[in-house]
Design a protein around this ligand. Structure first.
Ligand code: ATP
Ligand code: MG
Length: 287
């Protein structure tokens, strides 16, 4: 039997009273969803899968050289929202995105916007490393080639080496660049995918649980890399690890049932959350 602060048994309280104890009002995001130097601005974003609404009226800025962590229970819409930022939801049949989303003040939805260059500017790293069935070299060189960033072999060599170095993989693969990317370990494959993402010089990198398949050493390496990348890039990372969010991000956004409940400095979210739902989640009361 559990006792609450007033010394009553939990079972003796009516269930509805317990539920009312948590402020579940999520109509307005609390905290600091906006910033002065926004790289990406999202306003009143709604996302539907067919008739079902997955994202409800979310507004958020992601600042230049900032890492924003997105956390929340499974199914709350983190991946759906992240995919809005480079129009990856366009590839899902039945998915409809409404709202205003801009990159450097320019709308990213709109008939004239070509998604290929957009996705070069806003790159993505997925939960499961997904190297192309090509050599390590070609995995990194492919993007710069198709985007016309480099054509000559010497230029490509330089981009491949630099990207692999920045992803912390160069020393492990420099002698076997012609071998398949799929032959690397999981952590190496994820770093290869990060190298592939940065090879086209994106301005924003979206990461959807990039470390969920990795061991603690590979995870630490990626977290170190995120800290380094922040000097040049804007990063949004979805993570189920609150420790990871605390280590890598400057602001943390807490999602709940398709709504953005709270955005605050990461330290505030984890030490002094302003919304009761955030507190309930970070203290493990649900999620
Ligand atoms: N392709 C899809 N078609 C239909 N519904 C979808 C699709 N993808 C996601 N959904 C629904 O949208 C909602 C949000 O899902 P989403 O994958 O964005 O959540 P998430 O926060 O990323 O969850 P997780 O932490 O488990 O990855 C869920 O109800 C999910 O079932
Ligand atoms: Mg997800």
């Amino acid at each position: 039997m559990t006792l609450d602060a007033a010394g009553q048994t939990a079972a003796s309280q009516p269930e509805s009273a317990e539920r009312e104890a948590v402020d579940t009002n999520t109509s307005k995001t609390v905290g600091k969803p906006f910033c002065d130097d926004a790289k990406m601005r999202m306003r009143n974003v709604n996302v539907f899968y067919g008739e079902t609404q997955a994202i409800h009226d979310i507004s958020l800025d992601i600042g230049c050289n900032e890492v924003v962590a997105m956390i929340g229970p499974s199914g709350c819409g983190k991946s759906t929202f992240l995919r809005c930022l480079n129009r990856m939801n366009d590839t899902i049949e039945d998915c409809r995105v409404e709202g205003e989303l801009t990159l450097d003040g320019e709308p990213i939805y709109g008939q004239k916007v070509d998604v290929v260059p957009l996705r070069a500017r806003v790159g993505m790293v997925f939960q499961k490393p997904n190297p192309f069935p090509k050599s390590i070299y070609e995995n990194v060189a492919y993007g710069p080639k198709i985007h016309g960033i480099a054509r000559r072999r010497a230029e490509l060599d330089e981009i491949v080496e630099n990207s692999l170095r920045r992803a912390g993989l160069w020393n492990e693969v420099k002698d076997r660049l012609d071998q398949p990317g799929t032959g690397l370990s999981g952590g190496q494959q994820q770093r290869l995918c990060i190298a592939r993402a940065i090879a086209v010089s994106p301005e924003v990198i979206l990461m959807d649980e990039p470390c969920s398949a990795l061991d603690p050493i590979a995870t630490a390496r990626i977290e170190e890399l995120i800290n380094e990348l922040r000097e040049n890039y804007t990063i949004a990372i979805v993570t189920h690890s609150m420790q990871q969010a605390a280590r890598v991000s400057q602001r943390t956004a807490y999602f709940h049932l398709g709504r953005l409940v709270e955005v605050n400095d990461t330290e505030t979210v984890f030490t002094n959350p302003q919304h009761e739902l955030t507190e309930a989640y970070i203290t493990g009361r649900f999620g």
